[in-house]
Design a protein around this ligand. Structure first.
Ligand code: HEM
Length: 405
């Protein structure tokens, strides 16, 4: 089958079928135009799309490329002042040395040891979410399971009251849309930013008088030592809320979809649950939840034979790098055994995902609980609708049969 190859490469314009399966398009560019010149809709400067693994990892780890938020913010209307201030204080948009200082305050809360301690609670949350599902013939995996699970987990880590979680999720989605450049309604994102800042400011104030064993208290204490400003404390809470939820929702949704579409892999996993960690790692490579990240060139450079100029933006297509056959032989096959784990589904360099251990644990537990509690889980003839987003990539709805009812 010949695939329509859009030129110039502009994922904001793609039809639903390309969003659901971008891999043939990536392959075309990887083979024919691996550092493709596009144009930024913001300032008319060059915007480069990078498709090969070696070029992607070079930019991720090279100090001549940075991630400060200012160019991104240029897409946000100037009247959205709160949004500007909030996103500008996010770790992911900071450059060294401030980036390293703030990150070092957070790494302990996301260590493998802390995550191991959280596992029983994550399993409990997962079981609760599907407790009654087996009695119904279908479930929408995203709405009923993959979306609520991560928000419940991250709220618990932050120490946020149970009743606020749905409220937080709605606002986090508005912000995520603004930070990935797909917001249609910036006024809504600005309102969400204001409400979330007020919410976490109040939570932080409460922890000053009544500390708890949670992440907000840890940040407040760091603030009292002068290591973070008050704005950074609230921005970091909001950042963790947004960074940790839609990404993990998409991982769980796409992982279950891929396993049901690859019954031999699922059967192997059922026969040998020890394969779960390597299966989740392979699922992140195979169809990664964050398909693209952006950097700005701080100096002139030559990349894949192309002249990159200072100030150009460079979009690293992680989803394409993870299917590069030079690193992952037969890359379009889901193959949990014997794969290199060098994929860049969690990014790379100084901004490598802070929550990767937590995300992996959530996905492992989600898969184990789902297939254990709903052994007859299966695909239906209902079409899978993907969100119109090639950065945070995943199905908006995924209706599965439970064999119950
Ligand atoms: C950074 C992916 C889950 C927190 C990143 C980056 C990627 C990524 C690709 C790098 C962004 C860039 O370089 O521009 C994912 C995926 C996840 C996931 C695929 C789930 C499957 C989480 C979770 C948390 C989290 C659960 C925390 C609760 C962060 C933070 C950063 C980050 C704070 C910024 C790190 C820094 O700039 O130093 N993530 N993430 N992520 N992620 Fe994740």
């Amino acid at each position: 089958m010949t695939q329509r190859v859009p030129r110039p490469f502009d994922p904001l314009d793609w039809p639903a079928e390309d969003i659901a399966d971008p891999y043939p398009i990536y392959r075309h560019y990887r083979e024919n135009d691996p550092v493709h010149r596009g144009r930024s809709s913001l300032d008319g400067r060059a915007r480069w799309y990078v498709f090969r693994y070696d070029d992607v990892t070079r930019v991720l780890t090279h100090p001549h490329y940075g991630h400060h938020a200012v160019p991104l913010l240029a897409g946000i209307p100037p009247e959205c002042e709160t949004l500007w201030r909030l996103v500008g204080n996010w770790l992911v948009f900071m450059d060294p040395p401030r980036h390293g200082q703030l990150r070092s305050l957070l790494v302990g809360s996301f260590s493998t040891r802390v995550v191991a301690g959280l596992r029983p609670r994550v399993a409990e949350i997962a079981r609760d979410l599907i407790a009654d599902v087996g009695r119904r013939p279908t479930l929408d995996l995203i709405e009923e399971f993959a979306a609520p699970l991560p928000i419940l987990v991250i709220s618990e880590l932050l120490g946020v009251h149970e009743g606020s979680r749905e409220w937080l999720r709605e606002r986090a989605v508005s912000l995520q849309e603004a930070s990935s450049g797909r917001a249609r309604d910036y006024a809504r994102a600005e309102a969400a930013a204001t409400e979330l800042i007020d919410f976490f400011r109040w939570e932080a104030r409460r922890r000053r008088h009544d500390p708890a064993a949670d992440l907000i208290t840890a940040l407040v204490k760091a603030g009292e030592c002068g290591s973070v400003t008050e704005d950074e404390v609230t921005a970091t809470c909001v950042h963790l809320l947004t960074a940790g939820h839609e990404t993990t929702t998409n991982l769980i949704g796409k992982a279950v979809l891929a396993l049901l579409r690859n019954p031999a892999v699922l059967a192997e996993l059922r026969a040998d649950p020890e394969l779960l960690p390597s299966t989740v790692d392979e699922l992140v490579r195979y169809d990664c939840p964050v398909q693209m990240v952006t950097r700005w060139a701080y100096r002139d450079d030559v990349l894949g034979g192309q002249d990159i100029r200072e100030g150009d933006s460079v979009v690293l297509v992680l989803g394409s790098a993870n299917r590069d056959p030079l690193v992952f032989p037969e890359p379009d096959e889901l193959r949990p055994r014997g794969r290199s784990s060098r994929h860049c589904g969690f990014g790379g360099g100084v901004h490598r995902c802070l929550g990767s251990a937590l995300a992996r644990a959530e996905a492992e537990i989600a898969i184990a609980v789902l297939f254990e509690c709903l052994p007859g889980l299966h695909l239906t003839d209902k079409p899978v609708h993907f969100a119109e987003d090639m950065v945070f990539h995943g199905p908006r709805h995924l209706v599965l049969g439970t064999s119950g009812g």
